[in-house]
Design a protein around this ligand. Structure first.
Ligand code: ATP
Ligand code: MG
Length: 253
């Protein structure tokens, strides 16, 4: 059984005033096996965030379903969904979604607090993660006192501190300089090598080239897929880059 199965997923947004409808996803199909590291690429507005939100059960599809270890999320009740999110899932939001009146430390602790962990247990976990992400010195600050790239790394720390089975990350290197990007990609690799599955939306070929597979989304469908197989990072980088050129180019005259 696949860990995750996405079947005929469709999402149509209806705007608030009932006017135009936007089809963000028209028919998305793919599966993810346990322990995979998958990058998702596609142009701005191609539905990547929409897809992640549906995978995290933060939003509902218009049609189709997400099957997690054999259970359709459509059929799971809200309480079970909340438990799934809390216990199995880490989510790095594109907009970070940090709480401004919580310190950096308390933001990172939040999922552990929600899981009912003791303070001593939490304290042991935060330091190594904060050090790896280069935010150890910032733990007593508040989100409005730190930079965008620092916020992004705090959001990553919050998502991984529970060691989730599945990490969903929306553009997690978008606000980072190249040094912090490399550090974060190394961290993702090591997390994945420990068996956690990762789905990462990214515009960065470099970031995507560290994954084991890349899905390209266009016109609301998975338009193309690339497997790393036994390619080295450089060769995979080149393949992804070529696919991206073809993907963008084919929509234009
Ligand atoms: N809540 C919403 N209501 C209406 N339309 C929406 C909503 N959220 C997204 N959309 C539209 O759905 C489409 C897909 O948006 P989405 O945010 O999933 O794109 P994306 O691939 O994540 O883009 P980006 O790379 O810029 O983050 C866009 O046309 C967007 O304008
Ligand atoms: Mg997005």
């Amino acid at each position: 059984m696949s860990m995750l199965e996405v079947k005929n997923l469709k999402k149509v947004y209806t705007t608030r005033f009932g006017g135009n409808k936007v089809t963000a996803l028209s028919n998305v199909n793919f599966t993810v096996e346990r322990g995979e590291y998958v990058a998702i690429m596609g142009e701005s507005g191609s539905g990547k965030t929409t897809l992640l939100n549906i995978l995290a059960a933060l939003d509902k599809p218009t049609e189709g379903e997400v099957i997690l270890e054999g259970d359709s999320l459509n059929k799971v009740n809200d309480k079970a969904l909340a438990a799934f999110r809390r216990e199995r899932l880490g989510f790095v939001f594109q907009e970070f979604n940090l709480l401004d009146n919580f310190s950096v430390r308390d933001n990172i602790y939040l999922p552990l607090v929600l899981a009912g962990q003791k303070h001593g247990e939490m304290a042991k976990k935060i330091d190594p993660i904060a050090k790896k992400l280069g935010i150890f010195e910032l733990l007593e600050k508040y989100p409005y006192e730190i930079s965008g790239g620092q916020k992004q790394r705090v959001a990553v720390a919050r998502a991984i501190i529970t060691k989730p089975d599945i990490l969903l990350a929306d553009e997690p290197t978008g606000a980072l300089d190249s040094g912090s990007t490399d550090e974060l990609l190394r961290l993702f690799r090591s997390i994945n090598e420990e068996g956690q599955s990762i789905l990462m939306v990214t515009h960065s070929v470099k970031a995507a080239s560290t994954a084991g597979r890349v899905l390209f989304i266009k016109d609301g469908v998975v338009y193309h897929q690339l497997y790393r197989a036994n390619m080295g990072t450089e060769e995979f980088y080149k393949k992804i880059s070529d696919s991206l050129t073809a993907l963008v180019g084919s929509g234009e005259q």
